[in-house]
Design a protein around this ligand. Sequence first.
Ligand code: PEP
Ligand code: MG
Length: 324
Amino acid sequence: LETEFEALKDLPCETKDGKRLSLFVNTGLSADIARSLDRGAEGIGLYRTEVPFMVRDRFPTEAEQEVIYRQQLEGFAPAPVTVRTLDVGGDKALPYFPIKEENPFLGWRGIRVTLDHLEIFMAQIRAMIKASAGLHNLKIMLPMISNVSEVEEAIVLIQRAYDEVLEEGYDVKMPKVGVMIEVPAAVYQVKELAALVDFMSVGSNDLTQYLLAVDRNNPRVADLYHSFHPAVLRALQSIVTEAKDEHVTLSVCGEMAGDPMGAILFMAMGYDVLSMSSTSLPKVKAVIRHITMEQAENMLSEVLNLSRASAVKKTMEGLMRDAN
Ligand code: PEP
Ligand code: MG
């Protein structure tokens, strides 16, 4: 298996009938860079900035952040690197920035925190833009968007940070800006959001949690957490349909993209980019290279008729066995 994966590295991720898909990596560690490139990652679809923030005992300074982001941008240049602004709150805690709430997943999280703390937001954005000097492969992604006003506010701030850094003499370009679609409200505002940004990336982990009202980390309700729930699948399909005529690139960066069955369904729905942990890259590529787009589309239309997550999984497993 290892040798088969090794041989896959430089082969494109495409179906037997030539449908091309881009595979990106989710990361938060500099140790991942070589491993991801080795496994054929075509870019970073999600760099979780919480990770370098979590391993410290205070906020990293702008200069420290610049060094951290530069490693990723340089490691992948000229391929795109999508850096997400700090997504703390919910399940992601910083020891030096405690947030105590009754309902953390419905509380002060992601963009809500950073727009209330502009010193955190601006230091982070300035560091990202400085780190992209001469490389121009930075994309900035905003987490937990539930209102267009958050995006408008963030874009004004990103533009301001860019103007400042340019003024300071750095060779930079205005980065592409995108949003995560991970709150149900955003699913119903895809068009309005698309009008403001360059790209959108679906966070299927949180989208599943919020659509099904199931805490993604609570073992007591883990049996109810299903990314293959028909309601989740319909939401995921609707995002593509709504975004189709807009000028945005559309990707998925939740765990589901790294599941071969999820990847096939996303491809059939019309997503162009899937981002996943480096360990999932070879197996997803292998599976895509073994089927045709027509088979994938047939699988999707079959499972979209089912009313239970368990039936979706079982049917997909059967169809995948038959396809091979
Ligand atoms: C998601 O919610 O699907 C996602 C990719 O972001 P995170 O898991 O970091 O919340
Ligand atoms: Mg999320």
